[in-house]
Design a binder for this molecule. Structure first.
Ligand SMILES: [Zn+2]
Ligand SMILES: [Zn+2]
Length: 509
């Protein structure tokens, strides 16, 4: 069984109604590693519904979290905003409502692209509307229990009178107010800026529960029954360990079923973290990968499996692998891939195609995309080899656009070339000329097919006693003005017979 179905069945044994929660702090670009949490949860949500359960998928943007520091991607003048809620800090590009929106907006758009449509809540609105009111009162009333849990399980050393609520200072606007006295409904506090004040906790937005308390509080508020989280939260004494206890002992709520997922590593750079800059945003990844392939990456591997994300050749391999699953799904390829049909189904952002779309190997598309000057020209080239139906064009166009972006920004140099539309200014020797003359003769007679082109080059090289390696170099030279290029057979086929013959003639006469 697929992992999403396994978890869904476990959940159904607990009950029929479920709320699956996912959350991210929009303190920086939301990266593809964060998508794992959302997509893992969404797959289970889909599985639950298919099995007849009642399920709700919610997404909480932690917009009321304070800015922790000036991250490497921020200008230094952001220093003055450190400690303020993300929802109250100006956006770095000046085009969004606030700092949190700046990072949330592109991410939520990406979610739509990959077919994830949760009910969205923003933490600062929840606090301002007073949704946390009860949870705050309970936390303060049971502050001693919370202190004990944090001391015993998280090994925190807390001041004797520490209270589980950070007050938003009325003077500096930062979440640095520490409670000095609590007598319901009034708390008095002292801020790092030395301001002392008092507020009524029944009022919305006066402060925020620290993360370790906020998390179990929202389980109760939203009746969360499932939550996936990264292994940082799952470490011994981490926020999951304390969260469970706080849920039971403070909020009298049974903690949700947990699922710990592994981080995504960026090849050659380590685990992705927005704060260290080792990350590629979800939005950016969707510029180089079709949404179904991005989903596929997470559906194929169990959530606890390590994923190494490679923006170079890895992209080509990933799409090829997806295509293989697609062929298996549509029954045109028999291959024993684990849960192939289910992985394919769960990889679809929206509907599953009615029939097998045309599959052009991504490597071929990478070649053709560099030959044609635009999508129309690329289509013309492809039509020489493939029978394209109207049904295929949207997907083909999408893939073409992504590959063009990838070629521009991420593709390894070896894969890139510049076709010389006019005869390039390169010198060729007599031996090369001889080889080309013989090649021309043979080329004129053969059917213009990649396989045949390839064997013909070898044959002619052998007959003319010209080393095969040099033969290929000569061909690349007259077409690309350099010594290497894409696999010759398919490359020459894509250029078209006329173009290639004319170019050879240009060099031998
Ligand atoms: Zn902005
Ligand atoms: Zn202050």
């Amino acid at each position: 069984m697929h992992w999403a179905d396994v978890v869904a069945e476990k959940l159904l044994k607990r009950g029929e109604k479920h709320v699956l929660a996912t959350a991210i702090t929009p303190s920086g670009p939301i990266h593809v590693g964060n998508l794992r949490e959302v997509l893992t949860t969404e797959a289970i949500y889909r599985a639950l519904k298919e099995k007849g359960g009642k399920a709700e998928l919610i997404y909480i943007g932690d917009t009321f979290d304070p800015l922790r520091k000036v991250y490497p991607f921020l200008p230094s003048h952001y220093e003055k905003w450190v400690g303020m809620p993300l929802s109250e800090i100006p956006c770095p590009c000046e085009g969004h409502k606030n700092y949190a929106e700046h990072f949330l907006e592109p991410f939520l758009n990406s979610l739509k692209d990959i077919g994830v449509t949760p009910k969205i809540y923003l933490a600062h609105e929840l606090y301002e509307k007073g949704i946390y009111k009860e949870a705050i009162k309970t936390a303060l009333d049971k502050a001693e229990v919370i202190r004990e849990i944090l001391t015993n399980i998280a090994k925190r050393e807390l001041p004797k009178h520490w209270m589980p609520l950070s007050i938003k200072c009325e003077n500096c606007g930062k979440l640095y107010g520490e409670i000095t006295n609590y007598e319901y409904p009034i708390v008095t506090y002292k801020c790092k800026c030395n301001f002392e004040g008092e507020v009524d906790i029944r009022k919305g937005g006066i402060g925020k529960l620290p993360w370790r308390i906020d998390w179990p509080a929202r389980w109760k508020i939203f009746k969360v029954t499932f939550e996936a989280f990264g292994k940082d939260h799952a470490a011994a004494g981490g926020s999951w360990d304390t969260g469970k206890e706080i849920a039971k002992k403070v909020y009298e709520y049974e903690p949700p079923m947990p699922l710990v997922y592994e981080f995504i590593h960026l090849k050659g750079k380590g685990a992705m973290h927005a704060s260290t800059g080792v990350a590629i945003s979800a939005e950016e990844v969707l510029k180089i990968l079709p949404p179904e392939v991005l989903r596929f990456l997470f559906m194929k591997y169990e959530p606890y499996r390590h994923i190494e994300f490679d923006t170079g050749y890895g992209i080509l391999d990933l799409v090829d692998e997806y295509d293989k699953y697609e062929r298996v799904y549509f029954g045109v390829e028999k291959e024993d891939l684990k849960n192939a049909r289910r992985v394919y189904e769960l990889s679809q952002p929206y509907e599953i195609a009615q029939k097998l779309p045309i599959i052009i190997p991504y490597r071929h598309l990478a070649v053709v995309a560099q030959i044609g000057k635009n999508f129309e020209e690329v289509l013309e080239i492809l039509k020489r080899k493939y029978k394209l139906e109207k049904f295929d064009l949207n997907r083909l166009k999408e893939r073409y656009e992504k590959i063009v972006y990838w070629l521009k920004k991420y593709a390894p140099d070896e894969i890139k070339f510049e076709l010389q539309y006019e005869k390039p200014n390169v010198e060729i020797k007599n031996a090369e000329k001889d080889f080309l003359k013989n090649l021309l003769e043979k080329f004129e007679k053969i059917e213009w097919d990649a396989e045949k082109i390839h064997t013909t080059i070898h044959e002619v090289a052998k007959e003319t006693n010209f080393p095969a390696k040099k033969a290929f170099q000569t061909i690349y030279k007259i077409l690309l003005a350099k010594k290497q290029g894409p696999r010759a057979g398919y490359f020459l086929q894509s250029l078209g017979k006329n173009f290639v013959l004319k170019r050879i003639k240009d060099f031998i006469t």
